[in-house]
Design a protein around this ligand. Sequence first.
Ligand code: SF4
Length: 83
Amino acid sequence: MGDDDIPLELTERDQWDGWVMARLDDGWCSALDRKTLLCTIYERRPMICRDYQVGDFDCIQERLQHTAARIESHVASSTAKAI
Ligand code: SF4
């Protein structure tokens, strides 16, 4: 991942043979603390993560997409149970 100093055990190769942050079964980054939702390697996080600033346009767009996806998933699950 370029000049980044990321713990290798938290990375993996993607389909284009590039290094990326590994994702766990829940689809979230392997460096994310699931309880606090904080980055466990904050000082060593990759440049792509440093480019995002909490509360900026991109951050808000991502949060809205995830929120919408979770709502859709919940509605689909609730609908399936009701049928
Ligand atoms: S800031 Fe980057 S490295 Fe840290 S948890 Fe989020 S996606 Fe993973």
